[in-house]
Design a protein around this ligand. Sequence first.
Ligand code: ADP
Ligand code: MG
Length: 232
Amino acid sequence: ERAREVLESAKRRDTNSLGVEAMDLLSAYGIPIPEGEIVDGETEAREAAERIDHGDGVVMKIVSPDILHKSDIGGVEVGVPAEEVADTYEDLVTRARNYQSDATILGVQIQEMLDLDAATETIVGMNRDPQFGPLVLFGLGGIFVEVLEDTTVKVAPVSEPEARAMIDEIESAPLLRGARGREPVDEAGVVETIQRLSQLVTDFPAILELDINPLVATPSGVSAVDVRLTID
Ligand code: ADP
Ligand code: MG
């Protein structure tokens, strides 16, 4: 139900590109997301940051359907301390305006700061192939996704054994499984996320494309930190 609402509100806004404002779509399908809120204005930003800051500051991201790669335009700031939240809010909006003066700006997302020390950034995505239908993709995420192109795909719906096999299939699998004395990440969490995304796109044919990038995988769990989707 919540998932349907998210998609319908996008339709009402007459946009087919959604970003972190669609985070609830993921949590409606049981995919873990970081604590976060979208705010409109410095005061709201400060109040939200106070609630969300667990001691390492917060992450702030511009929320705009016109900005696909937020960090490329300086639209993501990590580890923002309380006293810099208001200024950062202004900076993010200014950078978005400089990038595209008529960009639709929905606000700024204030997100819980995750500890990426023991984490691996992965990507879980989907796009519809005219011949095969919905293809679910898994691979190494974050800034590495383009550079290393270490990804694998399966046709949705993806079964549990298939989701497990997807992890085996990428070259960076050892990175997830504790290479070089690293602690292995929550592989079951990754497998579940692949399956849940597969279920989501099977239930909603209107979703043409969806990327969770990154899905942060840590030894204690996974978290979908960023999402982008295109709807019909
Ligand atoms: P975009 O892909 O649009 O540039 P992301 O939301 O993916 O924006 O953020 C870019 C990068 O910032 C991520 O790949 C990650 O390394 C870091 N990051 C984003 N959100 C968080 C967070 N909540 N905690 C820690 N690091 C984060
Ligand atoms: Mg991203």
